[in-house]
Design a protein around this ligand. Structure first.
Ligand SMILES: [Zn+2]
Ligand SMILES: [Zn+2]
Length: 355
């Protein structure tokens, strides 16, 4: 398709150059060298991205700054790999937010809000970009306990900090609101792509499934206060006497007090009939999709087991050939030693249900 340069510039402002558009990438992928085989995203898209949200998931600090008997070791090679990967795939990045949505254990009684490993990572950057840390901070209050047998986390709030050139972290006063966006998906071609594509579909479906909870909370708020409506309402939970006068009050209340209701069987009962029907339909469609993914996967595994040695050699050959020759599936290592292949083997041999 031919698009004029001027139109392209205008379009980019609405899309990847939009100040609120942050594209999600996993910290682990960057640390491991950002090999094409290990991402679900379209790599040709990433160079357009200006704002990156790094998912600094649980365990990332162990990967870069492991603790041995209370002493922190700094794995400088991995930290350097993180920044090299970022520069390689995101040459136009201007801002990054490192998102740590969990509490690090306190480090030697430090009172710094931004955890030490995350600080070390950020300060190793030589890029001329803005670096933010979006962290969880403990606050006073009662934890939300979903059940007596599961210990609940202390109550937390999310806070944004910005690092200055001299390594001082300051609370970012009015954080730019952002929307986290998944980059477009890659092409899932060949035998490797077939398996990785299933994995990707499965991840997306689960995100959509979990997303029904915030969507449902928002839908109830809009039902009463959206589209010119102004109808104060009582908390739909029968055990609660909260009352909401303004848009948004219920949303906060639901997050603070009713997240556990999401795990009950009658999860959509808080919605008025019409919305409830819509949500039930949506959930049913997602479950059907999850079942279908599982079915295709089981078929693949039955093929592997029941086809005997010949079938397995055939599948292995297909994989090895693609990992060897197809740059889009480069694992950064010898195909047979790659984590991708070893995980595939493990899943094929595994007797439990998938994932
Ligand atoms: Zn699900
Ligand atoms: Zn309530």
């Amino acid at each position: 398709m031919q698009v004029s340069a001027a139109l392209r510039v205008e379009a980019s402002k609405l899309f990847w150059a939009h100040p609120e558009a942050y594209f999600l990438v996993s910290a682990g992928w960057l640390i491991d060298g950002a090999h094409p085989a290990y991402t679900h995203w379209d790599l040709s898209f990433l160079p357009n991205v200006q704002n990156v949200l790094v998912d600094y998931h649980v365990g990332t600090d162990r990967a870069i700054c492991p603790l041995y008997d209370g002493v922190m070791a700094v794995r400088q090679g991995r930290i350097t790999a993180f920044w090299n990967s970022l520069t390689k795939w995101f040459p136009n990045v201007k801002r990054i937010v490192i998102d740590q949505n969990w509490l690090s254990p306190p480090w030697n009684g430090e009172s710094q809000p931004v955890p030490r490993a995350l600080r070390i990572l950020s300060q190793s950057s030589s890029l001329d970009i803005q670096v933010f840390a979006f962290i969880a901070e403990e606050i006073e209050g009662d934890p939300i306990a979903c059940s007596a047998s599961i210990p609940s986390d202390p109550p937390c709030q999310r806070s944004l900090y910005r690092s200055s050139a001299d390594g001082v972290w300051a609370r970012a006063k009015s954080p730019q609101p952002w929307k986290t966006i998944l980059p477009p998906a890659r092409k899932f071609s060949g035998p490797v792509g077939k398996v990785r594509g299933l994995d990707h579909e499965d991840t997306l479906t689960h995100l959509q499934h979990n997303g029904l909870w915030p969507l449902m909370v928002e839908a109830l708020d809009r039902h009463h206060f959206g589209m010119g409506n102004n109808n104060p309402f009582s908390c739909p939970s029968s055990t609660c006497d909260a009352y909401f006068q303004k848009a948004g009050e219920w949303t906060v209340h639901a997050a603070e007090s009713h997240y556990c209701d999401w795990f009950t069987k009658d999860r959509f009962s808080m919605l008025p009939q019409q919305l409830r029907v819509e949500f039930e339909k949506r959930e049913k469609a997602l479950v059907t999709k999850e079942d279908e993914i599982r079915r295709v996967y089981t078929e693949l595994r039955d093929d592997w087991r029941e086809g005997g040695g010949r079938k397995q050699r055939e599948m292995k050959h297909g994989w090895m050939e693609q990992l060897e020759q197809d740059g889009a599936w480069n694992t950064g290592t010898a195909p047979e030693e790659s984590r991708l292949w070893r995980e595939f083997l493990r899943d094929m041999e595994n007797t439990g249900s998938w994932q």
